[in-house]
Design a protein. Sequence first.
Length: 251
Amino acid sequence: MNRFFDIPSDLQHDWLGLIGLHLREALLPVLGGLLLALPLAQLCVRLRWLYPPVLWVTTVLYAIPSLAFFVVLIDYTGQTELTVMIPLTIYTLVVLVPAIVDGVRSVPQETLAAATAMGFGPVRRYLQVQLPIAVPAIIAGLRVATVSSISLVSVGMLIGNQGALGNLLHDAQIYNRPELAWNSVITSAVLAILADAALVGVRILLTPWMPSGTGGKGGKRGKGGAGGGESKTAGGRRPAPAVPALEDAAR
């Protein structure tokens, strides 16, 4: 067990240092992807003709192997963390843009009309009504993007000492120490599970109006439509999620 945490000195970090480096290289691209996806998705919502080409471009970029990205970028950014994080940021768009677009489009027209009647302008309506109601869909996209990013950081070992925990896979072969490979795989998996659980917790905090156990996927719709009116539950009726969210925004 001691050799499990005995990290070779050529990695220039101890085990906790590698974990911090891995999280930085994985989570910053997700944050960057979210900042890019929010305005891009809003454009796709307002200009419906723009969504298919954007989705096509992000899908094509996602299909490009990370090694090909490294070869192109390495002449500009060198063997640095940035060379790893730029492709990871681009990869998140194929998940985050559709998640945000679908979440925003799911907001009932009745809710948007009510917000407009209350004096909400387009920007305020987007930030205080549409995005809060779209939180479950956005968090679902973030969960996929985060877990994927955590796993893909290890590919950075192909361009030198930039793979964080993935560098342990390389050293496992060099020093004939299989426990380093197990360390890399197990630690990365645990980080992905913890990050996913943290995002679930964030979703619960941000959407207290959602019934427990829905997991962000939503339940069956009642006669009132997609959240515009009331939906039935076993104990009677409850207001749809759009209603309390709009009330919170008005406050």
